[in-house]
Design a protein around this ligand. Structure first.
Ligand code: HEM
Ligand code: HEM
Length: 134
């Protein structure tokens, strides 16, 4: 398994743990839902679900096609970008709820970075499935 595919699966499992913990915190302290729901949702969906799909997708889909991943370099860049921006976005969303200001700007920047990482996956996997040029 390529290093970045494995890193995505490991990160995904870590986010599942964080997602469940934030879920329990909200069950126990409903007053924190305003601050935490969005973080919980995206840690679970962009962290656990999407990163499991990235990791398993990078490993399995090119093999089903009998072709290598288009760019290992893009995969390596994506694993860092996706994780740094998801953690940054989560922290910014938590602090934006009480402090606003600069945290809102940071949330926008991290959201853009997260969007770029998603497009790296789209391009990389799409190109891995393109017909081979002879
Ligand atoms: C033990 C595990 C979990 C607990 C205790 C939990 C608890 C919660 C709570 C308290 C809310 C807030 C609802 C609100 O503010 O109205 C919520 C929302 C949400 N959770 Fe979880 N959750 C858990 C696991 C998960 C997992 C594994 C996923 C996804 C894979 C997930 C996805 C969501 C989503 C998408 C929302 C937002 C739903 C909406 O728009 O109202 N949760 N969860
Ligand atoms: C760059 C990526 C993304 C950004 C910046 C983003 C941002 C947001 C924002 C600002 C909200 C509104 C929350 C509110 O009303 O308080 C939201 C809601 C939601 N998003 Fe995303 N989103 C992203 C990707 C995704 C993806 C990939 C999924 C699913 C796989 C998803 C699932 C949801 C769900 C279920 C809600 C409604 C529940 C909630 O209020 O937390 N998002 N998102």
């Amino acid at each position: 398994m390529d290093k970045y595919a494995k890193a995505f699966v490991k990160a995904s499992l870590a986010y599942l743990g964080i997602g469940v913990i934030t879920g329990f915190i909200m069950v126990a302290h409903p007053d924190l839902r305003f601050t935490l729901t969005r973080v919980h949702t995206h840690i679970n969906l962009l962290g656990f679900m999407a990163m499991m799909v990235y990791g398993v997708g990078y490993h399995i889909l090119p093999r089903f096609m009998g072709r290598p991943v288009y760019s290992h370099r893009l995969g390596n860049i994506q694993v860092w970008l996706a994780n740094i921006t998801l953690i940054g976005l989560s922290i910014s969303w938590i602090l934006e709820a009480s402090l606003g200001g600069v945290w809102h700007t940071l949330a926008i920047l991290f959201a853009l970075g997260q969007g770029v990482s998603i497009f790296l996956f789209i391009i990389n996997l799409w190109k891995s499935m393109a017909p081979p040029t002879t």
